[in-house]
Design a protein around this ligand. Structure first.
Ligand SMILES: *[C@@H]1O[C@H](CO)[C@@H](O)[C@H](O)[C@H]1NC(C)=O
Ligand SMILES: *[C@@H]1O[C@H](CO)[C@@H](O)[C@H](O)[C@H]1NC(C)=O
Ligand SMILES: *[C@@H]1O[C@H](CO)[C@@H](O)[C@H](O)[C@H]1NC(C)=O
Ligand SMILES: *[C@@H]1O[C@H](CO)[C@@H](O)[C@H](O)[C@H]1NC(C)=O
Length: 521
């Protein structure tokens, strides 16, 4: 009977876009900057990543969101943040907030067509009640942490709630806290678990492995022998960051080796992406792009990404087709032979043809980078220097909004950190402003220093094709483009749901839960 069931499953599942349903190994690095991979010319060893990239299809007109929770929520649902209420900041550990429970997730849909689904590493889509956790959102298993950042060794997460310091372990095997994870570098733990999943996998089923590395998010920590590889790097942050990245690259190599060893590799589609741009305060770099993590500038959202393996036809090339992190949902469901129609409208588009055929065009012409009504820094943009208090009623003075339309990118309000940060190895020592370290992360809105005082126009327009470094604001020359794009922003804004950013809940205290962060409601 069981065998018959398997047989039927295989029959039902063979109907995929690339023939046999491929295994999908989706690798997401945390805070990996544009100028940080070897194939982009960084002085960091990433040989395993580079080899997959150059023998696959490198996505060079590919966008993610500027911070963690937003990118991960769009990957999981194919829906923009304005439609899930997650348009402001990230989910902090003490908040009663998570990816809305009525959103259908990618692993849920993949399970429907027979995939075994596993998350190794970071979740960051909410934990205040158990229904928010990965194993309730479509994953057969989860091994890793729930918050946004933690110590790589102790797995300690701290947060300040009403002036009180909350501290606890954030590491679980499914629902069970794993105290023994304390002391081992997370990259090693994740490599071990990922390869075990591959070796144990029942190959009569396709595999979906969501490999969400902690690396290379702060805190800057790496095993000493990796740091020693970079003793020539003067900047301390960059030195440790490079070590963290090379450790992660070795884990990527081990995962590929396990796939080859089990003869799964040939039928595996590997996707590699960052979740947002590099954090230049903590060793990351996005040169020559403008801005950094948490900004809407290209340095915050132009993603490192590539695809390698099963079903990818025209390989060893770079694609300049426009793609976005929300596109993985319908694209991977297409590849898996699943029905991508969900109850709510998708913002992602199926870009599979554009990935796999060099002559195919991406269906995507627009990206709403975000409309965050509540982004505030210690200054506001100047009153509009341009006559765009517009017929569309877009509030151009406040918030944090950017829209891409073909080659054009329009900003209103405050896009975030404005500078072009040079490659750190050219520095001596860079400094980190620790006053901005709050809760389980660096508060993305918290910017201090000279740039906080700069006055900027409330509407800016750039031609990303001609000017990818965003050095020439051309809003004054193209008023009709500005007008069209403001109209589109107004239309998107009408579809937005209210954002949720609840106060930190004192009941989240791990001291009330045996010293572990996790569901408290
Ligand atoms: C990790 O282990 C150390 C040493 O036993 C202990 O002091 C610390 O509290 C532990 N940390 C967590 C997060 O459990
Ligand atoms: C996909 O699912 C939707 C909603 O359940 C249904 O209306 C549609 O017919 C399905 N499409 C295919 C190709 O099965
Ligand atoms: C979006 O709509 C809300 C609610 O009407 C409004 O308060 C906000 O200013 C609008 N945002 C922009 C960028 O215009
Ligand atoms: C960087 O700072 C550290 C600690 O302050 C100091 O020991 C080191 O000499 C500095 N390195 C350079 C190259 O300035």
């Amino acid at each position: 009977m069981l065998q018959l069931l398997y047989f039927l499953t295989i029959l039902a599942c063979s109907n995929s876009a690339v023939g046999l349903q491929p295994n999908i190994v989706f690798i997401i690095a945390d805070d990996l900057g544009y100028h940080d991979v070897g194939y982009h010319g960084a002085n960091i060893f990433t040989p395993n990543i580079d080899e997959l990239a150059v023998n696959g299809v490198i996505l060079e007109n590919y966008y993610v969101q500027p911070i963690c929770t937003p990118s991960r929520s769009q990957l999981m649902t194919g829906r923009y943040q304005i439609h899930t209420g997650l348009q402001h900041s990230v989910i902090f550990a003490p908040q009663r907030n998570c990816l809305p429970l009525d959103e259908i997730t990618l692993p849920q849909k993949l399970k429907e067509v027979g995939y075994g689904t596993h998350l190794v590493g970071k979740w960051h889509l909410g934990m205040y009640r158990k229904e928010c956790l990965p194993t309730y959102r479509g994953f057969d298993s989860h091994y890793g942490y729930l918050a946004g950042a933690e110590d790589y060794y102790s797995k300690l997460v701290t947060a300040k709630v009403n002036g009180e310091r909350f501290a606890g372990l954030d590491f679980r095997d499914d629902l069970t806290p794993v105290f023994s994870a304390n002391g081992t570098y997370s990259t090693y733990l994740y490599e071990k678990r990922a390869t075990e999943i591959i070796y144990r996998h029942d190959q009569r089923k396709p595999l979906f492995l969501y490999m969400a590395f902690q690396s290379v998010h702060f805190p800057l920590e790496a095993p000493q022998h990796y740091i020693d590889m970079y003793s020539h790097v003067k900047d301390k942050n960059r030195r440790i960051y490079s070590a963290m990245l090379t450790a992660m690259d070795d884990a990527v190599g081990a995962i590929v080796d396990a796939l080859k060893d089990t003869k799964m590799f040939e039928n595996t589609l590997v996707i590699f992406t960052t979740d947002n741009g590099g954090q230049t305060l903590f060793g990351g770099n996005n040169w020559p792009l403008r801005g950094r993590k948490a900004s809407l500038w290209e340095g915050g959202v132009r993603g490192v990404g590539f695809v390698h393996g099963a079903g990818v036809k025209d390989t060893k090339r770079t694609s300049m087709e426009l793609m976005h992190v929300s596109d993985w949902f319908p694209t991977l469901l297409h590849v898996a032979g699943a029905n991508a129609t969900v109850t709510k409208p998708l913002d992602g588009l199926n870009v599979w043809e554009a990935i796999t055929h060099k002559t195919a065009k991406s269906p995507r012409t627009e990206i709403l980078h975000n409309i965050d009504p509540s982004f505030t820094r210690p200054y506001s943009p100047t009153p509009p220097m341009r006559p765009y208090i517009n017929k569309h009623g877009v509030d151009t003075l406040h918030g944090h909004t950017a829209l891409r339309m073909n080659k054009w990118k329009l900003y209103t309000g405050d896009p975030g950190y404005e500078n072009w940060d040079p490659v750190p190895s050219l520095y001596l020592n860079s400094t980190v402003d620790t006053t901005c370290l709050v809760s389980d992360g660096y508060h993305p809105d918290c910017i201090t220093g000279p740039e906080a005082l700069k006055e900027v126009p409330s509407v800016r327009l750039f031609d990303i094709l001609a000017d990818p470094e965003e050095r020439h604001d051309v809003a004054d020359y193209f008023p009709h483009i500005v007008d069209t794009m403001l109209g589109k922003i107004a239309a998107y804004n009408k579809t937005a749901v209210p954002y949720r950013f609840p106060k930190f809940d004192p009941r989240s205290n791990p001291a009330l839960q045996g010293g572990v962060w996790g569901p408290w409601v």
